[in-house]
Design a protein around this ligand. Sequence first.
Ligand code: FES
Length: 146
Amino acid sequence: MTADIPGLRLDRRTALAVTGAAATALTLAGCDTYGANEAASTAPAGAGPGKQQQPAELATTAEVPVGGGVVKGDTVITQPTAGSYQAFSNVCTHLGCKVNEPADGKIVCPCHNSVFGLDGAVLSGPAGRPLDSRGIRVEGDRIFSE
Ligand code: FES
């Protein structure tokens, strides 16, 4: 058997070898494509570029005393009244020092003694504005960043 392609004449053996190689290449390409799609479809949600980060657990409610608070990472979490939680950046709005953990119902900056309430408001300067608030969400006994 021969294959007649204009300008090309192949005997049977050469035609079969070329056909087999082409079929193998197409099969491998199909497998490669399949694997790539599978990997893309099993990637965890939020893992791709440009996706928002998942909310992080900051603390448990048991860690935040009523009438006080706690510092977790760069976040101050307070509970001014039972069951009411608020969160703030721990960066003082005066010159950027990190505030102390809440004590005696207040948040004090050790650098120049600005004092903030458990609601983040300035009780005494030199800070001229409240601590920057942070969004949180309480689910059961766990507190998450928003
Ligand atoms: S940096 Fe906090 S009082 Fe000055």
